[in-house]
Design a protein around this ligand. Structure first.
Ligand code: NAP
Length: 308
């Protein structure tokens, strides 16, 4: 078996771990970072920043395995006709849960007032309990559902929203445009864990931000284009949105002169909400290779018509 690890910058992280994970699964394979015989490649492990853009010569390739959860930069590649999987990695999920819970608690508890308090103001106002702070979780896939469960464990009342209607034990879920309106209209905190697709672009715009109760908090660890930047700035200036904590942007790195950097009610984190963790991710990659070899259905297969 020949595996092309087509993400050269990440190879040092996987050089030892990936062969170990293959060996543990009883799979014998040669892993290369480049090849003169593309027709001999069985699997491609891929990141969108990789130089490889033309998949046509990889005629025997059984699957392309993305190292990233978001595949919007890959799905449009017309030469990629092989089955494509996205990354669902327990380590990545754990990181996302920590980011969402941490930033939700910051706003919920009003931590900023006490961490930065140069005037030494003694304000004994107690925050409400989490159970009094409803959360709208836009996207209840691998990451959104895990974040929703963690917030529920702290008593936040969470409502999920997704493309397709869902019945999830203990988590009220809505879908469609009316569902979005309903989820947002009671939300004190909104979290966007949606993929970037033509349908999700500018989902949070002047109209939908207007559904929120005044003073809501927004956390966006999903993708920058989910939000209309100008509409968000207007909502922040009017007090409709009290604070936005943003991890992802239309242009990354966020340009130095972008108003988000200087806006007092915006926190910018530099796309660090969740990273693929090689140790756990290697096992996920190997499990999919094992499945492909035994003709079992692949995990986390991307639906190209939906774009995620
Ligand atoms: P996922 O498992 O595919 O879940 C996506 C969720 O979004 C699903 O609930 C899906 O609905 C919903 N959705 C998709 N299109 C929609 C639409 N048009 N309207 C309403 N809901 C829609 O994805 P995931 O693994 O949770 O990842 C989510 C996103 O997080 C990724 O695509 C990526 O953009 C982002 N991400 C960010 C970081 C970071 O560091 N900031 C790291 C990893 C991932 P259905 O359930 O009905 O299909």
């Amino acid at each position: 078996m020949l595996i092309l690890f087509a993400a050269p910058a990440l190879w040092p992280d996987y050089r030892t771990i990936l062969p170990q994970a293959l060996a543990e699964a009883g799979i014998t394979a040669q892993i290369v970072t480049e090849t003169a015989t593309p027709a001999a490649v069985d699997y491609i492990i891929y990141a969108p920043s990789a130089p490889l853009q033309d998949f046509t010569p990889y005629t025997a390739c059984k699957a392309v395995l993305s190292l990233w959860a978001g595949v919007e930069r890959i799905v449009g590649n017309a030469t990629l006709t092989q089955p494509l999987t996205r990354m669902v990695d327990p380590g990545l999920t754990e990181g996302m849960v920590e980011w969402v819970v941490g930033h939700a608690l910051r706003h919920h508890l009003g931590m900023d007032r006490h961490i930065v308090n140069p005037a030494h103001i003694w304000d004994p106002t107690c925050p409400p309990l989490a159970r009094q702070r409803p959360v709208a979780m836009l996207g209840v896939g691998a990451l959104g559902l895990a974040a929703a469960r963690a917030l529920q464990a702290l008593n936040f009342p969470v409502t999920g929203w997704s493309r397709t209607p869902k019945t999830i034990q203990g988590l009220p879920c809505l879908s469609g445009p009316e569902g979005l309106r309903e989820a947002l209209s009671t939300a004190a905190i909104v979290v966007t864990l949606l993929p970037r697709t033509p349908e999700t672009e500018n989902l949070l715009n002047a109209q939908t931000l207007g559904y929120l109760p005044k003073g809501a908090f927004l956390l966006n660890p999903g993708r920058g284009p989910l939000i209309d930047d100008q509409a968000l700035l207007a909502a922040l200036d009017s007090g409709q949105v009290a604070h936005a904590t943003l991890d992802v942007f239309r242009v990354e790195p966020l340009p130095k002169d972008h108003p988000f950097w200087s806006h007092p009610q915006v926190t910018v984190t530099p796309h660090i909400a969740a990273d693929t963790r090689p140790h756990s991710a290697a096992r996920v990659l190997v499990e999919n290779i094992r499945r492909a070899q035994t003709r079992e259905p692949l995990l986390h297969l991307v639906d190209r018509s939906l774009g995620y």
